[in-house]
Design a protein around this ligand. Structure first.
Ligand code: AMP
Ligand code: FE
Ligand code: FE
Ligand code: ZN
Length: 289
């Protein structure tokens, strides 16, 4: 495509960012800050996809509507397939759905128990952290990033990354595995709440055969555009999407890292992907907010 044609396309195409974390999980920005940034970056729609957490989506949706921003309910669910861990993105579910809320409440309790266990293990390595302090840091879903922040603040490590490299990263001495549901259960949970489930950033940890197994258990789409996907991976996953008639999504996975890395809108996808998602969902369910 010529440069002129590309610039005409970018002027006429509306874009969306379907993968953003707020301070309800391990992001830095509040939902309002995210929406304000998205408005400034002229996005047509966004989805906030916090890890295993949906409280606050109702408020965020109201604020987005006031700002003229289309808001899609989202969540990033931690799941466990037989031989690998993965993240699944849920979209367009009813955030008030009882079963979904019950599951996520249970999951949050499991996260609290896990954080307590990690703190106990760190104590054995001479690192003494206050559980209450860490819980205060976590807006909603308490996780390893909050523990890493506390370790840095208390002077036990020299950088945030050191916490993961030495203590709490996967396979490290103070890492405790997370409680997780299976991909099929996650898909059923999101479906019964009126939404669809998509595989998040498969290029980071999923083989092609693993990906096809996920489609068999009810996952309906693949996140192709993601900061950790190479151009070759984007093309590869697009081919899979087309071959199997799947939904395609993408986004920045912005965590706002200490508010310096504001990726919102830097990895965006055309609004037509949202339209395809709507076609599929509203063909199946009647959802109204
Ligand atoms: P959790 O949900 O508590 O297991 O925490 C997962 C989050 O921790 C991820 O979304 C990352 O933000 C962060 N994380 C996990 N492993 C690492 C790592 N090796 N280096 C840096 N951050 C990590
Ligand atoms: Fe994260
Ligand atoms: Fe993820
Ligand atoms: Zn994410």
């Amino acid at each position: 495509m010529s440069t002129d044609a590309m610039s005409t396309l970018s002027q006429t195409t509306s874009y969306v960012d379907l993968h953003i974390h707020s301070n309800q999980s391990d992001g830095c920005f509040t939902a309002r800050e995210i929406i304000d940034i998205a408005v400034r970056r002229r996005l047509k729609a966004i989805a906030i996809t916090d890890h295993d957490h949906i409280q606050g989506l109702g408020e965020a949706m109201k604020y987005a509507q006031q700002q003229g921003m289309e808001f899609i309910t989202g969540v990033e669910i931690s799941a466990r397939a037989p031989s690998f861990d993965l993240h699944l993105l849920g979209y367009y579910f009813d955030y008030r759905n009882q079963q979904l809320n019950e599951y996520l409440r249970h999951f949050q309790n499991e996260r609290l128990n896990r954080a307590r266990k990690i703190i106990e293990l760190l104590k054995k390595h001479g690192i003494k952290l206050s559980f209450d302090l860490i819980q205060k840091k976590a807006g909603g879903a308490i996780g390893r990033p909050h523990i890493a922040d506390a370790m840095l603040e208390e002077g036990y490590i020299h950088s945030y990354q050191e916490a993961f490299d030495k203590y709490i990263g996967d396979g490290c001495p103070c890492c405790v595995p997370k409680y997780k549901i299976s991909p099929g259960e996650a898909a059923a949970l999101i479906n019964q709440a009126g939404g669809v489930c998509v595989i998040a950033h498969p290029g980071t940890d999923i083989s092609d055969s693993g990906l096809l197994d996920l489609i068999k258990v009810g996952i309906e789409g693949v996140e192709t555009i993601h900061p950790r996907h190479t151009p070759a991976q984007v093309n590869h996953y697009r081919e899979i999407v087309q071959k199997y008639g799947l939904l395609e999504t993408g986004g920045s996975d912005c965590h706002g890292d200490r508010k310096t890395q504001v990726l919102i809108g830097h990895f965006k996808v055309p609004y037509s992907m949202v339209e395809k998602m709507k076609e599929r969902i509203f063909g199946k369910h009647q959802v109204s907010f």
